[in-house]
Ligand binder design. Structure first.
Ligand code: F6P
Length: 545
């Protein structure tokens, strides 16, 4: 594509934004709102029961026009079409990028290497449905004949964060007679704490790993197997207490799990885009297949919105462009994601992998070092807890931190005044961040003059507010797809590959080299740098002491 030949910062659309930035960078949101009484209604976009208010951003109509022009000239439309068509847009791994096929309706056709992949997706969904029904009904029994009451998902990264986040998010809809646990860390403390109160005879392990070679997952899976076999007294127990989710049948069989109990997915599903594949099996067991399919319908609705809506009314595109505005022109380094819902406690951790593993790249599609910023640091936690922790810095610190606030109109558990108080806080924060409080206003309150500078709020801190009616499986699917596509749009404009993750490899290789140096009693000679050598020597010495 010719668009990707000219380096991003040399393109006219980019340069127009740089010029425009110089003109508007100091305009205050107070001024923008004063100039346009309808701003809070105009700078909004609604689709699929998600209402986005982006009026409290430091943008004008001209900013949005130029950002949209940037998207157009970056070839975004062609890239979206290429992704949905199943083109191998993950060029470094020569793979299609088709998480959208995981939620495609049965009658859709998406062809990869000459084969329509949609029937295979639905066949796995049906197999998951059958299995989860059997576990939920008690028809699937453990080795001793007891029904399964505990599900432990063993996986890491995309094979953990998605189902864990979604299980928390949708706990309200889950079968409360089932206990779900998620073991990811190679730190044995996690495995021990997660299993200490579980009866092995009632526990099912789902070993989730796309590659089925990941050190953490395989180590935990072997410990689980020993824990199970030791307690139940037979290797044959494995068949009743272990199932796998993977693309790698050979390794699954090698581990000793019957491939009949393997739930398949495909190399065109990236790890961080996989929780709506069979990686979501634990979630399906928890909430049931109907709710799981409602969630998929939510994903699909957002996919269709993203694929078809004009960019100026396209939620993922708007969010992505605003992010680029702050990341690349204002020099903001981070984005805070602030869900005002207890159930979204793990939402930000999930988005960290989605965004930072996707767009944490410094080389463009042509292999050139980029001379502009790419993916931001994603952080945050649910409100209102954050208000009593780090919001001070957002309000009065020296850094510009664009924030996404996410809230729901209806509480899942209405309890007295709680929900109105929660949402009042959300609205208040976006108002305070945008408009602040001037020194004059502070002084007019009778504040002692020595305190005035300390109690002044500059404001002009940008926020998006995403409002929906309820947190349902469908809404969750829409929200996740919204952020998936936002990340893709940004990666497209930055001209990077959002779908590989070579940056995680070096650490894995070095850890594998160090493992025998720690475990081997003969203490092989060390050939690392002096810091790593002396840390290893110290560890060995103290371990023996
Ligand atoms: O850490 C990198 C990574 O490959 C992630 O992208 C992935 O989600 C995770 O490891 C787990 O990989 P797997 O599912 O193959 O065990």
């Amino acid at each position: 594509m010719s668009v990707s030949v000219t380096p991003l910062t040399q393109r006219p659309a980019w340069q127009a934004l740089e010029d425009h930035y110089q003109k508007v960078k100091d305009i205050h949101l107070r001024t923008l709102f004063a100039q346009d009484p309808k701003r809070g209604e105009r700078f909004t976009c609604e689709a699929e029961d998600l209402y986005l208010d982006y009026s409290k951003n430091r943008v004008t109509d001209e900013t949005m026009r130029l950002l949209l022009q940037l998207a157009e000239t970056a070839g975004l439309r062609e890239r979206i079409d290429a992704m949905f068509r199943g083109d191998k847009i993950n060029i470094t791994e020569k793979r299609a990028v088709l998480h959208i096929a995981l939620r495609a309706p049965k009658d859709q056709s998406i062809v990869v290497d000459g084969e329509n992949v949609v029937p295979a997706v639905h066949a796995v969904l049906d197999k998951m449905t059958d299995f989860s029904n059997r576990v939920r009904s008690g028809a699937w029994k453990g080795y001793t004949g007891k029904r399964i009451r505990n599900i432990v998902n063993i996986g890491i990264g995309g094979s953990d964060l998605g189902p864990y986040m979604a299980y928390d998010a949708l706990k309200y809809y889950s079968d409360r007679d089932l206990t779900l646990r998620f073991v990811s860390n190679i730190d044995g403390n996690e495995f021990v704490e997660c299993t200490r109160d579980l009866d092995p005879a009632e526990t099912l392990f789902i070993v989730s790993s796309k590659t089925f070679t990941t050190l953490e997952t395989l180590t935990n899976a072997h410990s689980a197997r020993k824990w199970c076999v030791d307690a139940l007294g037979s290797e044959q127990a494995v068949a009743k207490h272990f199932v796998a989710v993977s693309t790698n049948a050979t390794e699954v069989a090698k581990f000793g799990i019957d491939t009949a109990n393997m739930f398949e997915f495909w190399d065109w599903v990236g790890g961080r885009y996989s929780y709506d594949s069979a990686i979501g099996l634990s979630l399906m067991i928890a909430i049931g297949s109907e709710k799981f399919r409602e969630m998929l319908a939510g994903f699909h609705a957002m996919d269709e919105h993203f694929r078809t809506a004009p960019f100026e009314r396209n939620l993922p595109v708007i969010l992505a462009l605003l992010g680029i505005w702050y990341n690349n022109f204002f020099g903001a380094e981070t984005v805070a994601i602030l869900p005002y819902d207890y159930y979204l406690g793990r939402f930000t951790s999930y988005l960290q992998q989605l965004d930072m593993e996707s767009d944490g790249k410094s080389v463009d599609l042509e292999g050139r070092r980029v001379n502009y910023q790419t993916g931001p640091i994603i952080w945050g936690q649910p409100g209102t807890n954050g208000q009593h922790a780090f919001y001070q810095l957002i309000h009065q610190g020296t850094k510009l931190i664009p924030c996404d606030f996410i809230g729901f109109v209806h509480a899942l558990n209405p309890l007295g005044r709680h929900h109105d108080l929660l949402m009042a806080n959300l609205f208040a924060q976006t108002e305070a961040l945008a408009f602040g409080k001037t020194a004059e206003e502070v002084a007019a309150d009778g504040v002692a003059s020595f305190q005035v500078p300390h109690r002044t709020f500059e404001g002009n801190h940008p926020t998006n507010t995403i409002l929906s009616s309820h947190l349902t499986p469908e809404t969750l699917g829409k929200l996740i797809a919204l952020y998936e596509h936002k990340v893709f749009v940004q990666g497209t404009i930055w001209n990077i590959n959002s779908f590989d993750q070579w940056g995680v490899e070096l650490g894995k290789v070095l850890a594998n080299r160090i493992i025998p140096e720690l475990e081997n009693g003969s203490e092989p000679e060390l050939t690392h740098d002096s810091s790593t050598n002396s840390l290893i020597r110290r560890y060995r010495r103290m371990k023996k002491a």
